[in-house]
Design a protein around this ligand. Structure first.
Ligand SMILES: Cc1cc2nc3c(=O)[nH]c(=O)nc-3n(C[C@H](O)[C@H](O)[C@H](O)COP(=O)(O)OP(=O)(O)OC[C@H]3O[C@@H](n4cnc5c(N)ncnc54)[C@H](O)[C@@H]3O)c2cc1C
Ligand code: SF4
Length: 427
C-alpha cells in the first residue's frame, strides 16, 4: 500500500509539472517570447534521459520557469527568462545539453575577443556580457582580468594622455575601475546612466543569484543569493569607501584613432585622449533619444523600473513598440496617474496584439490618452509641448518615459572597426 501511494504521488507530481511546462511554453509561444537573449541550452531529445536534473539545477527556476519536462524530455519552456547560468549543462548526466548563442531564426552578434580580452583593434578591450558571457560573476572576473592585461600592455604612463577609458559602470566596469585604481592607471569611467548596469534595471526586489567573486581593493564579494537593492547598495558603498570616481550621465558616442596614437573618445560632454579603451557596455544598447529641448531634465527616463513610483503623477510615454505600450499601461494602472501615450505614426503596427488590446481598452475607459501622428517639441519643468494633427498642444506633466528603441552595441562595435560574428544557434 505505501509503495502504491508513493507511485501515485510521483505520477501526480509529474503530470502536474508537465501541464505547467506546457502552459508556460504555450504562453511564451503565443506572446512571441521565444528568443533567448543570450547563452542558452539546446537540448538533444535523442540523448535526454528525462532525469530532471537540469530543471532542478536552474537557479532562475524559483522566480520563472525556464526549463520544464514535456513527454519525459527536457525543454526550454521560458526562453526569454534564460540568462545563461549554464547550471543545466553542468548537471546533465547524458551530455544532452549544448550551450549556444542565437537560434536559427535570430542571430546574436558576438565580438571576436582574444584570451587577454583585446579585440582585433589593438588597444581596445572588451569585458563582461558584451563579449558573450552573461552573469555578474563573469563580468566582475573579466573586468579585473582585462584591466590586468591593459596594465601589462601599457607599462609606463604618457604625460598628456589617459592610460585607459572604461566605458560602462555595470559589474564589469565597476570591477575594472577598482583594478585600474589599484594598478595606479590614469583612467576615467564613463556611464550613460547610473551605477550597477543591467542590475539597476532588474524588477524591484528581484532575487539575484550569483557566485562569490574577488574585487580589487575590496576583497571577496560573498553574495550567493541577494536582493537587487542590497547588491546596488553594496556597490554604492564600494564606490564611496574606495573613492573611485564614475562620470554618470555621460554617454560615449564615438571612438576614433587619435592623430598622436591611441584613441579619441567622444562623449556627450567632451573628448578624451587615451592609450587604451575598455568596453564594458553590456548588451542592452543605448536608448534612442528624442533630441528635443529639455530632454536633459531629470524627469526624463528611458526605461520604467517600477510603475508604482509614478502614483499621482502626470506622465508622458513616447513610442509605439511593446515596451512603450507596456510602460504606458502599467503606469496607467497605478492610482492617480494621468497618462498620455504619444506616437509619431498612425497605428501601433509593431506591437503585440495583447498590448494593443490593453491600450485600446484603457483608452476607451479614459485611463489612457493616445496621440497618434504626434511629435514631442519640447520638455519643460512642469509641461510638455507636443505637435499633434490638431496643432501644438501644451500638456501638464511631471515625468516623461521615452521608449523609442535603442542603438544596439553591435552597430557601435562595427563603427569602431571591431569584428563581430553572428551566431545562429551555435557555440
Ligand atoms: C532580467 C535579468 C535578470 C538577470 N539575473 C541575473 C542573476 O540573477 N544573476 C546573474 O549573475 N546575472 C543576472 N543577469 C545578467 C547580468 O545582469 C549581466 O550579465 C551583467 O549585468 C553584465 O554586466 P556588464 O557589466 O557586462 O554589463 P551591464 O550590467 O549591462 O552594464 C553595462 C553598462 O554600460 C553602460 N553603457 C552602455 N553603453 C554605453 C555608452 N555608449 N556610454 C556609456 N555607458 C554605456 C550601460 O548604461 C550599463 O550601465 C540578469 C539579466 C537580466 C536581463
Ligand atoms: S539533465 Fe540532461 S538528461 Fe536530465 S532531463 Fe536535463 S537534458 Fe535530459
Amino acid at each position: 500500500m505505501p509503495a502504491l501511494l508513493i507511485v501515485a504521488w510521483y505520477i501526480r507530481k509529474h503530470s502536474h509539472h508537465e501541464s505547467t511546462s506546457l502552459q508556460t511554453l504555450r504562453a511564451a509561444t503565443q506572446e512571441g517570447m521565444i528568443e533567448p537573449p543570450t547563452l542558452h541550452p539546446e537540448i538533444d531529445p535523442t540523448k535526454c534521459i528525462g532525469c530532471t536534473n537540469c530543471v532542478q539545477a536552474c537557479p532562475e527556476q524559483g522566480s520563472h520557469q525556464v526549463l520544464g519536462m514535456i513527454r519525459k524530455k527536457a525543454h526550454l519552456v521560458g526562453p526569454t527568462n534564460c540568462i545563461g547560468h549554464g547550471a543545466c549543462k553542468a548537471v546533465c548526466p547524458a551530455n544532452a545539453i549544448t550551450l549556444v548563442f542565437g537560434t536559427s531564426r535570430r542571430g546574436v552578434d558576438i565580438p571576436l575577443v582574444k584570451p587577454d580580452f583585446e579585440t582585433n583593434v589593438p588597444g581596445i578591450f572588451i569585458a563582461g556580457e558584451l563579449g558573450g558571457m552573461g552573469l555578474i560573476r563573469n563580468a566582475v572576473e573579466q573586468g579585473r582580468q582585462a584591466m590586468h592585461s591593459i596594465g601589462q600592455l601599457l607599462k609606463s604612463s604618457h604625460r598628456n594622455q589617459l592610460d585607459v577609458v572604461i566605458i560602462g559602470a555595470g559589474p564589469a566596469g565597476i570591477c575594472a575601475t577598482l583594478a585600474a585604481t589599484e594598478a595606479g592607471l590614469k583612467h576615467v569611467t564613463l556611464e550613460q546612466e547610473e551605477l550597477g548596469g543591467t542590475v539597476a534595471h532588474f524588477p524591484r526586489r528581484k532575487l539575484v543569484m550569483t557566485q562569490p567573486a574577488v574585487l580589487p581593493i575590496v576583497g571577496e564579494m560573498r553574495f550567493k543569493e541577494v536582493q537587487k537593492e542590497t547588491l546596488i547598495e553594496f556597490w554604492r558603498n564600494v564606490e564611496r569607501d574606495t573613492g573611485i570616481k564614475i562620470n554618470y550621465n555621460e554617454r560615449v558616442d564615438a571612438i576614433e584613432p587619435a592623430p598622436n596614437g591611441g584613441f579619441a573618445v567622444r562623449t556627450t560632454r567632451r573628448n578624451y585622449n587615451t592609450r587604451a579603451v575598455l568596453l564594458a557596455i553590456g548588451r542592452r544598447g543605448t536608448p534612442r533619444k528624442l533630441d528635443v529641448p529639455g530632454e536633459e531634465l531629470d524627469k526624463v527616463v528611458y526605461r520604467v523600473i517600477d510603475p508604482q513610483q509614478y502614483c499621482n503623477q502626470r506622465v508622458l510615454v513616447v513610442g509605439g513598440g511593446d515596451s512603450a505600450l507596456e510602460a504606458a499601461t502599467s503606469i496607467a494602472a497605478e492610482a492617480g496617474t494621468t497618462v498620455t501615450l504619444s506616437y509619431r505614426s498612425a497605428a501601433f503596427s509593431r506591437a503585440k496584439a495583447k498590448n494593443r488590446k490593453l491600450v485600446e481598452e484603457m483608452s476607451e475607459s479614459g485611463r489612457l490618452r493616445v496621440l497618434f501622428n504626434s511629435n514631442v517639441k519640447q520638455i519643460l519643468a512642469e509641461a510638455v509641448e507636443i505637435a499633434t494633427e490638431q496643432g501644438d498642444e501644451m500638456i501638464a506633466n511631471d515625468a516623461v518615459v521615452v521608449s523609442a528603441g535603442g542603438i544596439l552595441p553591435s552597430a557601435f562595435l562595427r563603427g569602431i572597426g571591431i569584428h563581430v560574428e553572428t551566431k545562429w544557434g551555435t557555440e
